[in-house]
Design a protein around this ligand. Structure first.
Ligand code: ZN
Length: 100
């Protein structure tokens, strides 16, 4: 149950960071760990693929130290979805945190 709830948070983190800079799977895993989510590549990579298929992110390849890495950036659609999500987060925050 808690995993299902956190899945949305993880997607929002990814979308947010992808609007700020280009990101790859391993960086996202480290960033999420920093926020206290223990996620594995088996969790994060399918989410990135799905968000790419849903046109929230756009992917491109880069070769770093001879290794191919897939980097993602938010699309303009992704940015719009993040803005809508911000409203929802604010509303949720007002209710869940401020009413505590
Ligand atoms: Zn973050």
């Amino acid at each position: 149950m808690i995993k299902n709830l956190y899945n949305g948070f993880i997607r929002i983190h990814i979308l947010y960071h992808a609007t700020e800079e280009q990101i790859c799977g391993i960086e996202i895993i480290e960033e999420l760990r920093r926020h206290g989510y223990s996620v594995s590549p088996g969790t994060v990579y399918p989410i990135l693929h799905k968000m790419n298929n849903d046109k929230l992110l756009v992917a491109h390849n880069e070769i770093i130290d001879g290794k191919r890495r897939i980097y993602y950036k938010a699309t303009s659609h992704g940015k719009k979805v993040l803005d809508q999500t911000r409203e929802k987060i604010k509303e949720l925050y007002d209710e869940v945190i401020l009413n505590e």
